[in-house]
Ligand binder design. Sequence first.
Ligand code: PLP
Length: 431
Amino acid sequence: MDIQAIRNDFPILERRIHGHPLIYLDNAATTHKPRQVLETWHACYTQHNANIHRSPHTLGQEASDLYEQAHRGVARYIGAESWRQVVFVRNGTEAINLVAYSLMHGPSGRLRLSPGDEIVLTVMEHHSNWVPWQLARDECGVTLKVVDICADGTLDLQQLQAALSERTRLVCCTHVSNVLGTINPVREIGRLAHAAGALLLVDGAQSVPHLPVTVQELDCDFLAFSGHKMLAPMGIGVLYGRAELLEQMAPFLRGGDMIDQVNAQTATWNRLPWKFEAGTPDVAGAVALGGAIDHASGQRLVGAIDYLTGLGMEAVRSHELELTSHLLRGLQAVPGVRVFGPSSPEQRCGVVAFDVHSSGEFGDAHLIAELLNEEGIAVRAGGHCAYPLLSRLGVPGTLRASVYLYNTMAEIDRLLDVLQEIISHKLVALA
Ligand SMILES: Cc1ncc(COP(=O)(O)O)c(C=O)c1O
């Protein structure tokens, strides 16, 4: 990959922060958006703005067509059999809430949670894959079982296997941990879940942007992810589901566009995916994610997915692997730094959580992040919306550097140098 050419597509990378060139290493929180994707978003509003599925005029037809194409683009990217299995939502959180609500209010049978049912989670889930299931526990009387990690930061598969029983309805598992970076063996987890008669929901928020991911390879029943973590605007996310499940599941939100027939007392539901897309959707966001051909001009409106497939997800992964290896090696060599998660880069993505031990105390992650920011380096500090995991690790918070396709080795070197400087001089002076 030509990193300099890529960087030229991201105007924000030219910013200076406190007089220093911006080094953006907070990609697990959100990524920047390339010019091409921003132009697509702009074109949707300047050339094709209309509501979908209701207005017979040209703009209305164009917007409806672009929006449907965006579903097709996402379906191709994740290898879904049909674009109707792709539901646009606001973000990964909403996608998981959709499944949880639907299973709490579904038809009888395996698509409705009942007292005595069990849901298996892993201790490394993001809050968005915990809290909806806590609600399901409270409202439906299901039991939550939590699978631990091993000492090396990988999932304890034996414990997962032991947690499964004929009472398990659902296994909820992140593909990649947003703290440890661990890549979970989702296919194997799915095999175990399915053998127990359970469904598998995969949180792909940290994997779909960084790895080649297809739903066939994962063999999952549901996959949730967010556009903003993969070069698309904020406000668009995806739920993929197996068609036979989505067909039977109860709708989440109710109102316009998700109905087939309505009378004063009852309603019937529209076809997939519209049944789950009540109200006016984020058309521009969807097209900026999935891409589409503007039939009026014959031009391609480049979506984030076009941008990623243009580079090739294998190439993206291999670039990130190089950066991550370098970052891990570098951090491990800085005295006082403790890195969380697997030490082998192959077992993880480019999310690296660490803390700093100085003057006999573990340094305040927020203070160090602020000192890094003074040098133009953006990292995250805190609990990363994964408090159960942080509590399992026995730390109140960590620093977290996370890379993406536009980061360079020189940026990693600068992070390491500045961190070293902070530990050797600034923290001692502040102590
Ligand atoms: C693993 C994981 N799951 C889910 C989410 C939630 O994503 P969003 O805030 O876009 O809904 C995040 C966000 O950081 C995440 O890292």
